[in-house]
Write a protein that binds this ligand. Structure first.
Ligand code: ATP
Length: 413
């Protein structure tokens, strides 16, 4: 059994390292066993600093998690019905799971709680590379448990499920697999790929919340664009709903397009863009869409409904501004990347890069000081200033002051 103490020291954030050392100390001399598991072990072995830590405690009694959380100066902020706890320690959040299994003899019956071993816990995971654990016990600190050959897969940059029915048991693993494959640049093993294709159909049975949750995670990836496009190519998106599609990524992305990295609403707008109105309603129903998704969907629809005007060659800059100014710029951004029509595309970029930032230098206070009465006239004058600025009719402060003076004179006359 190899020991990866050095790697933990080299690749964990110092606050994470302190945290697991502390947890180890809390558990010492007690019957519970404690392990670092899943993605953090995978990342440390790959020489990547993990963002999150997942800890599994074996043989915990009911009150143990609170005891552990207190011992590491943390606070249990949430707990799930599956025996997982979110614990916040300073600004770090860690997931602590108990390796207990709750079995229900029949629906509604009280659960029979069974303790399971760490090996059994690892055997229920999604991919072999995520099925490793590191002991955090004082006398076995740093020992790697790898009962499923995860380390070998890491060396070969391979994603492999643990058994034939893995995707049937939980079809969201299909989305996870695509996400890891793109993020880590790992190949999906041939047999796993066959199973992924075979079992994609079961995605239809997964609840909207769980699918949406996985899509959100895909959209939060630095390579969200690649993950979703891969999902499109493999038919995973259409297996969820035919209205979910994702456009080809311009290759290479230009500077503006690269700015989408990490921006959820930009990617979400692109994801929703290709659905027609009826499909959009169905997608929203299927994914039990939340307010953010429906807001983005509404704004995408509004851009699509203005397509004719947005592509008009005689559209003035202020008209373009008016068509887009009430929309979330991230949504405009997602559409600008996705839209194929060159005239509309370049107008969206013109808005994003230039028009959106234009403001007159004169503000409401200045107008009030000039004696303009509080009320609609202030807004009308400011609008006029903005529009003339956008259309290039005003280019300096002096131009703006002259316009205001002229307007006020006209009013007085
Ligand atoms: P990330 O780096 O994206 O956070 P992670 O590997 O830490 O990835 P989590 O979603 O935080 O992933 O889950 C932690 C671990 O729990 C995974 O590494 C995996 O072992 C296990 N896991 C999570 N989801 C599933 C699932 N649907 N089926 C089986 N095991 C899962």
């Amino acid at each position: 059994m190899s020991n990866i103490t050095g790697r933990l020291r080299d690749y964990l954030q110092s606050s994470h390292l302190r945290l697991i050392e502390r947890a180890s100390y809390v558990v010492s001399g007690r019957p519970e066993k404690i392990y670092l598991v899943g993605g953090a072990v995978r990342d440390v072995l790959l020489g990547i600093t993990p963002i999150n830590l997942d800890i599994v405690v074996v043989h915990p009694r009911e009150e143990f998690i609170n005891y552990l959380a207190e011992g590491i100066d943390g606070e249990v902020v949430s707990r799930s019905q599956f025996g997982t706890f979110k614990v916040v320690v300073n600004s770090d959040e860690i997931d602590i799971a108990t390796s207990r299994r709750e079995e229900y003899a029949r629906p509604g019956a009280l659960p029979v709680v069974e303790e399971t071993s760490i090996e059994e816990d690892l055997g229920r995971r999604d991919f072999r590379v995520n099925s490793m654990a590191v002991s955090l016990g004082q006398d076995s600190w740093g020992e790697l448990l790898d009962p499923h050959g995860g380390e070998g897969d890491l060396r070969q940059k391979l994603l492999k499920v643990l058994h034939e029915d893995s995707f049937i048991d939980d079809p969201t693993r299909i989305l996870r697999g695509i996400r890891y494959s793109e993020r880590l640049n790992f190949r999906i093993d041939q047999e796993t790929y066959r199973l992924l294709k075979r079992d994609m159909v079961y995605l239809q049975d997964v609840s909207g919340d769980r699918i949406r949750n996985e899509l959100e995670r895909a959209m939060a990836e630095p390579f969200a664009w690649d993950v979703l496009f891969r999902g499109e190519q493999e038919g995973v998106l259409s297996a969820i709903h035919p209205g979910l599609r994702f456009g080809r990524i311009p290759n290479p992305l230009n500077i503006q397009e690269q700015q989408i990295v990490g921006d959820n609403d930009v990617v979400l707008a692109a994801l929703i863009y290709f659905s027609n109105d009826a499909q959009m309603v169905e997608v929203c129903t299927r994914l039990k869409i939340d307010t953010r998704w429906s807001r983005v969907a509404r704004e995408v629809r509004s851009i699509k409904s203005e397509f004719g005007r947005l592509g008009r060659p005689d559209l003035s800059r202020s008209e373009l501004f008016n068509l887009l100014c009430d929309l979330n710029p991230d949504v405009v951004h997602g559409c600008a990347i996705t839209i194929q029509d060159n005239a509309v595309k370049s107008n969206l970029w013109l808005y994003l890069n230039e028009l959106r930032c234009i403001r007159p230098t004169i503000d409401g206070d200045y107008l009030l000081k000039l004696g303009v009465p509080e009320g609609p006239q202030v807004g009308e004058l400011l609008d006029r200033l903005l529009h003339d600025r956008l259309d290039g009719l005003l280019s300096s402060r002096a131009d703006e002051e002259a316009l205001v003076a002229n307007e006020l004179k006209l009013c007085r006359d």
